[in-house]
Design a protein around this ligand. Sequence first.
Ligand SMILES: [Zn+2]
Length: 666
Amino acid sequence: MAASLCCLMILSACADHDNPVYNEVIDDKPFTGDQDIDKSYIPGNNFYWYAVGSWLEDPNRGPSQFELVSTQLTNAYYNNLMTSQDPVISHIRNLAEQAQTDDSKMVELLKNNLAVIDAIKTANDRDLIFKQLQNLGYHPLFRISPIINSGNIWGLVTNGGKPRAIDQIMNYPDATQSEKLDAKVAEIAGGLKDMGFSEKRVNEITAHAQEIEKMELLIHINTYDACHKIWTINEKARRKASKEEEQAYAYLILDLMNIPQKYAGYLVPQESVDVLYGNQPSFNPLFKLYFSEAPEDIAKVRDYLIYNTYAQDAAMLPSLSPKLTLKDIMHNATYALKYHMFKTCVESFGLQNIHKEECSRIMADMRQLFDERISKLDWMSDATKQAARQKLAAMKFSIGYPDQWNEEFSPEVEGSNLLEAIIYLRAFQTGCSLKTLGKSAQDYAWEYFTSSVPFYLDNAFYHPSSNMLVILPSWLTDIRFSTEESDAKRFATSFCFGHEMSHGFDANGSMFDSQGAMKDWWAPEDTVKFKNKQQEMIELYSELEIYEGLHVDGAQSLTENMADLGGVTLASELYKKQLQAQGYSQKGIDEQLKKFYLSYAQIWKNSRILNKEYLDQHFAMKNEPHADEHIRVNGIARLMDDWYRIYDVKEDQKLYVAPERRVKIW
Ligand SMILES: [Zn+2]
């Protein structure tokens, strides 16, 4: 790492030097990307297949980077669960081992909890139980989800957590899934009998629960469909529908949970589909049922609560779910623990294995380079440039893991049996979520992110409504970001950092200001030019084919394509600056750039592009802004002037774009 710091320091010292000393430094660190090349493809016709063809065509191909990273981090996660010496995790592990031999106390506790719910007779009883269950971390009906809006974290009332089986049906409604649901219902019914419910009651409970689950399913499907429409067609008009009624329900739930109304997401302007998702008017029939005064509705909700509470807890208890391994129990038991799990995973994986410092240095240089590029743009007025630079300067980077861990978000060692401990952990995590509400998203970035993002997730994000990006550890381990391999590969990986930064200035992100408020900071004449550039991008991408005869939807993938263009531009320009500062000749630079572009293509190695059925499904996903892997490679390559030179791309080749049509934005 020290060597790289040195390089970057040389870079800033020499960048503006008129007569650099040509003292060629050879990057002789290993580069293995050549082995994936298929030379039977001409780069100018299909750069993706040229760069990764040998790998794609090999029936015994090894794992892709995405697969390697996923395996590495999932192993680290389970390793942490099974061996961590962290007091909370080892306490849970001890209790889980005990539960494997004897979970009778836990079964007794579950029975008691179910009996309390079963005693619901009046609307008042039911509302009290709602509160108790919510405070214990159960979310059968609704929950408060933290969301970011205008720089702060707010609460949003959403449809609550559902048993996993129904979730799967909602996402993949096919026959096998519905069989799985039937099996699940039968399993729960059997379990409820063991809990002492009579056969008649069990039939009643499952019938009532299924009635509500079916409503949820319908609502989900309608909402999902509505989301697609909202995404593409009529966002604002839809949002106005029966807002008052929704607010009234939201307030009622907040009251039940003892949460100040000001934290309801409804009270702030909502600009994202995630937020609307919980706000759909079609959700209202469920709310009406949950709070109905009619005795038959109260009975339905009571039974639904019994069913869900059993389903959630039985999944933790070995005698009720005999197939559970210790690993499963540990996973289920710690599932509620978000921030603390992230923390212990990072610690057990080893800070030295997550290259946070190196990434931070590159990102600081990238931000500076981006700023210089904005100040030199020829298509933008000074006033807009000023606002753009201000936004870039204010952008918060959350890289790898927090600089300092927040001890308040780590639980105590509690519970004398596994279920007691789990109930405590769930309640603790609910408390953590509530603690973030009303806080600055920039100050509580990791507390917020870890509530939805596990350690092993392979991704990175930009949040327009807080002007903040997060790079998860998956981008910073040796698999992608090793300092022992050629710098070309590490800089190609850095495209991801520039990609997220560029999201702040894509077709959507550019509508938000430096504080994450949706505010127009553009001079009108610049907006026109910016939109024209977007249109040119749309047209260029729409020329490309996913497979013969199926063209890319350039409009749907615009924001991601813009972010890729920004990311590859910044990463390659930064790398060139380093190479120049190191004294490389043009020929030497071009050799390294070849490795850079190959590495970029190889990030996107994925054999799913061989599967036409998959490509059709992916294309049909109306809210999927990412183009397929080969498009992300070919689409970008043809916009980069260097790529034409280093691969000698000719006018009659398929990917060729005339220089004046190669869109340059940032
Ligand atoms: Zn993106």
